[in-house]
Design a protein around this ligand. Structure first.
Ligand SMILES: Nc1ncnc2c1ncn2[C@@H]1O[C@H](COP(=O)(O)OP(=O)(O)OP(=O)(O)O)[C@@H](O)[C@H]1O
Ligand code: SF4
Ligand SMILES: [Mg+2]
Length: 316
């Protein structure tokens, strides 16, 4: 198995207040697979994914429990130097905000070349050529001249593409992509997704975080739905999209634009994700669940097998 996350717990502590952002998440991902991690804002998707390469700000974050195995190696206890060598070369990370990984002070060509030189013995001209190739692949027009631009000379969408090129340029085995295409227009989004698909054919695994069920349905082989810090449903993508079981998954799917509703406003799920630290007792979804029963506010449901799927609701 390429990546195994077992019983991960992550909390944030700010001014003595502890919020439990991730509670007991277990996920696995093999080569050639795309695991779509979905859920509304604040459900703990980034906290889960960024725990893998240990790229959460610590403090305020801390991993309090769980194991993270990459190709059988325990990452949560790996020395920082060794982990740094894995990042970039074998684990590529695409962030929600491009400026997380771009420096405003250096030309993008230099930043891409630095990533290459850090992990590979190649000449300066070969590194520059590779950087131009990748800028082209992610849809940067006139890459041979844009390579000498500073990040602030590029639009937000272009910065996003440069950052994606930087994460993929060494063709990592594991790609962690946190909302990689949300800021991009539809054509560029399709191009980026196609670049990622090619890498997957070369036996990478992709952990894809997104609010966009449309992107998940195009890309994912497996789906995990998060709500309020926990997995509420986990399944193979075909089965999930044929018939999602958890009422929250059903609501997310209903909110997805279809060809019939395109152009209309997205249907929002009534209510809000509870803040981490203020979860309701019983089922965390009960105050928004259209099929909730009285007992749902008392007993917290377990994640349990239902056929081939895992579901955190005993009433489906
Ligand atoms: N640096 C931080 N300090 C304190 N709390 C944080 C921090 N980062 C995240 N959290 C909290 O952890 C919880 C999970 O956040 P996370 O960023 O993982 O959500 P998410 O599912 O990625 O949401 P989004 O879709 O908006 O990116 C939230 O309640 C959030 O407020
Ligand atoms: S346990 Fe109850 S409230 Fe929770 S999802 Fe199932 S039916 Fe809805
Ligand atoms: Mg996030």
């Amino acid at each position: 198995m390429l990546l195994e996350i077992r019983d991960l717990h992550v909390e944030f502590e700010t001014d003595g207040v502890v919020t439990r952002a991730v509670e007991g998440v277990s996920l696995s991902l093999d080569r050639g697979q795309v695991l779509g991690l979905v859920g509304e804002s604040g459900c703990g998707k980034s906290a889960t994914a960024m725990s893998v390469p240990r790229l959460l700000p610590m403090p305020p974050a801390r991993i309090t429990r769980g194991r993270i195995l990459f190709d059988g190696k325990e990452l949560s206890r790996m020395p920082v130097g060794e982990l740094r060598r894995l990042r970039g070369a074998r684990i590529g990370v695409i962030f929600q905000d491009p400026m997380t990984s771009l420096s405003p002070l250096h030309r993008i060509g230099r930043q891409l070349a630095e990533v290459i030189h850090l992990h590979k013995e190649v000449s300066r001209s070969a590194a520059r050529q590779l950087a131009i190739e990748w800028l082209d692949r992610v849809g940067i027009p006139e890459p041979a001249s844009r390579i000498d631009a500073y990040p602030h000379e590029l639009s937000g969408g272009m910065q996003q593409r440069v950052m994606i090129a930087m994460a993929l340029i060494l063709e990592p085995d594991l790609i962690i992509a946190d909302e990689p295409t949300t800021a991009l227009d539809v054509t560029i989004q399709a191009q980026i997704l196609s670049v990622m698909r090619k890498l997957l054919h070369a036996r990478a695994g992709l952990l894809l975080i997104t609010h966009d069920m449309g992107v998940v349905s195009q890309m994912a082989t497996h789906v995990a739905v998060m709500y309020a810090g926990q997995i509420v449903e986990q399944a193979e993508a075909g089965a999930f999209f044929r018939r999602p079981l958890h009422p929250y998954s059903v609501a997310l799917m209903d909110a997805m634009p279809s060809s019939a509703t395109r152009g209309q406003r997205l249907k929002a799920i009534p209510g809000q994700v509870p803040a981490a630290g203020a979860f309701p007792t019983g089922c965390r979804f009960h105050d928004r669940c259209p099929v909730a029963r009285a007992e749902c506010s008392r007993q917290p449901p377990e994640l349990a097998a239902s056929g081939e799927m895992l579901v955190r609701c005993p009433y489906v």
